[in-house]
Design a protein. Structure first.
Length: 563
């Protein structure tokens, strides 16, 4: 009787059998037993397909010549347990954009793929994983490598004992004990020399609560620690990149420890506008006064951006330059200053002429704000442009987005309007849009700088983009991209910081001025247009001549950025 001593079942030999028992499942692949198999007579509950039981502990690789045109010169092959139909072919070149079937992360180096299927890719390291391991977290039984889908209906069983998460990636398991380890968690190095600490760090294979001495946050898990000085650290902090590039800053940022900063320094994070504790690690710029929390930088760049990061500083020569018009006529003004009096703008089919005429209730076709002289206008139709809007650059960089933005005269869709991704308002004026993705900005939001001085507040406001929401002091709306004060608990959203400081309302004879505090202490606050109650903490428009207060929405209308 043929026997097999299998590493997954060292206590008894497995006996070969040629019968089919479809009501039993293979311990290796979790599929029904159809055809010949191995089983344990002593235990009576341990079965393997013949093919699964005879798999080598390490995948076999061979160099063969095939008839397929792409392998006619002979390439290294691998017969993988998760893709038994065809062999996987080794690729030396990077496969950018493809996702690894084993770990669900992008492939940026050597890989294996199935030529027949055309869509089955593996990192070289994931394809060559050993099929079984012994691990210190579970020393009593060996762990067997499984594709995640075998247990996709049992999430509790799939939960990794290290990260306590369920992820769709290759996992080492002991089916007897319901013990699982993701491949990346199972392969954590036992010791590590990290840039963030002077001594060797040791991985403690025990799930414990602790406080990280690098980021200062409490956590639970398997920490790294230093036996010499008692330094404790998250595994994620140990692997932080030493240099990063974020959208909001033109220079590279360096990972530094608290000991490299003087304790009297009290910097604030330029990404979330909150104070940075210099007792812990942070990212800083060596060329200027820019600091950022560790988690803010990681949220900003993301895991994929870290992998794609090229450590160089680049300037976009075409950003901030280039005009959208051609000069048709110039005249000499006072002090012999040249004045462009007629232009051909790419946003309009007719020439536009400079005028100082006062217009009533007309809006600029670029920024959709009230037209004030001097401005450019069309003699044939109702088209107007502020001189500043006519001179807007063709390409810009904006702190809310990672790609350059291109100026277009209207939204690239049939509706002719768009939703601005900064103020979340509808607009049908000029649009700055991304050629790579769907990001869109109206003109007013594109002009707002990262550091803002606003008449409503005495301190400088800093653009803060976070993964949590903050309440706008002007209107009460909660959002995650606001302008925050690093001194006070003040936050303003894009919609409010771009409100016009003065405005007209229908046939009212006087202009309205934007007010930031209640006009009196009467305790009764109403809008004289809609006659509904106003929140005294929120901004409002006010006609001082008539003592006439009103909601901003009542003065400006439902879609103030639409002409």
């Amino acid at each position: 009787m043929e026997q097999l001593q299998h590493f997954c079942h060292p206590q008894h030999p497995l006996i070969f059998n040629e019968k089919t028992i479809s009501d039993k499942y293979c311990y290796g692949c979790r599929e029904p037993i159809l055809g010949s198999f191995y089983s344990c007579i002593e235990c009576n509950d341990f079965y393997h397909h013949k093919s699964c039981a005879e798999l080598p502990l390490v995948p076999t690789m061979e160099a063969k010549v095939h008839d397929h045109p792409s392998t006619s010169t002979g390439r290294k092959e691998l017969q993988h347990f998760s893709h038994s139909e065809h062999p996987l072919i080794f690729n030396e070149d990077e496969k950018r954009g493809y996702i690894c079937f084993g770990c669900q992360e992008p492939i940026f180096g050597p890989s294996y793929s199935c030529i027949e299927c055309g869509d089955f890719y593996h990192h070289k390291s994931c394809a060559e994983l050993p099929l079984g391991i012994y691990h210190p977290l579970h020393p009593i039984h060996p762990l067997v490598l499984f594709p995640e889908w075998n247990y996709e209906n049992n999430e509790e069983f799939n939960k990794c004992q290290v990260c306590k998460q369920f992820r769709n990636e290759y996992t080492y398991r002991c089916s007897c004990c319901n013990f699982s380890l993701h491949n990346k968690c199972a392969s954590l190095p036992f010791t590590m020399i990290a840039e963030i600490h002077d001594h060797q760090l040791i991985l403690l294979w025990m799930w414990i609560p602790f406080t990280c001495d690098f980021c200062g946050k409490k956590g639970e898990g398997l920490p790294y620690f230093c036996n010499l000085c008692g330094f404790w650290c998250h595994r994620s902090c140990v692997s932080l990149p030493q240099k990063v590039k974020v959208v909001r800053h033109k220079h590279l940022l360096n990972l530094i420890h608290s000991l490299q900063l003087h304790q009297s320094n009290s910097p604030f994070c330029h990404l979330c506008a909150r104070n940075v504790d210099t007792n812990y690690g942070l990212y800083s710029c060596s060329k200027c006064d820019f600091f950022a929390h560790l988690n803010c930088v990681m949220d900003e760049i993301g895991v994929e951006d870290i992998n794609l990061l090229e450590l160089k500083e680049e300037e976009d020569e075409d950003v901030g330059s280039g005009k959208a018009y051609e000069v048709k006529m110039i005249k000499m003004g006072e002090d012999k200053v040249e004045i462009v009096t007629e232009i051909e703008h790419r946003s309009h089919k007719h020439n536009l002429k400079l005028t100082n005429e006062v217009m009533n209730n007309e809006k600029c076709n670029g920024c959709v704000r009230t037209i004030l002289p001097p401005f450019y206008s069309c003699a044939k139709c109702s088209f107007f442009l502020h001189t500043s809007c006519a001179e807007l650059p063709q390409k810009i960089r904006h702190p809310l987005h990672q790609h350059p933005l291109t100026l277009l005269p209207q939204a690239p869709n049939m509706r002719k309007w768009f939703w601005c991704d900064a103020c979340w308002q509808r607009c049908n004026g000029f649009i700055y849009t991304c050629d790579v993705c769907w990001f869109k900005l109206d003109v007013q939001c594109s002009l707002v700088k990262e550091f803002l001085t606003h008449p409503s507040h005495e301190h400088c406001l800093v653009l803060s983009k976070t993964n949590y929401t903050q309440s706008c002091n002007s209107c009460g709306y909660r959002g995650n991209q606001v302008f925050s004060c690093t001194t006070c608990e003040i936050a303003l959203d894009f919609k409010c910081v771009t409100l016009p400081h003065t405005s007209r309302y229908e046939q009212h004879e006087h202009p309205f001025t934007l007010c930031y505090t209640a006009e009196d202490d009467s305790g009764e606050y109403y809008c004289d247009i809609c006659e509904e109650e106003r929140d005294p903490k929120h901004w409002f428009y006010f006609c001082a001549d008539c003592s006439y207060p009103a909601h901003p929405r009542c003065i400006l209308g439902k879609n103030p950025n639409c002409k």
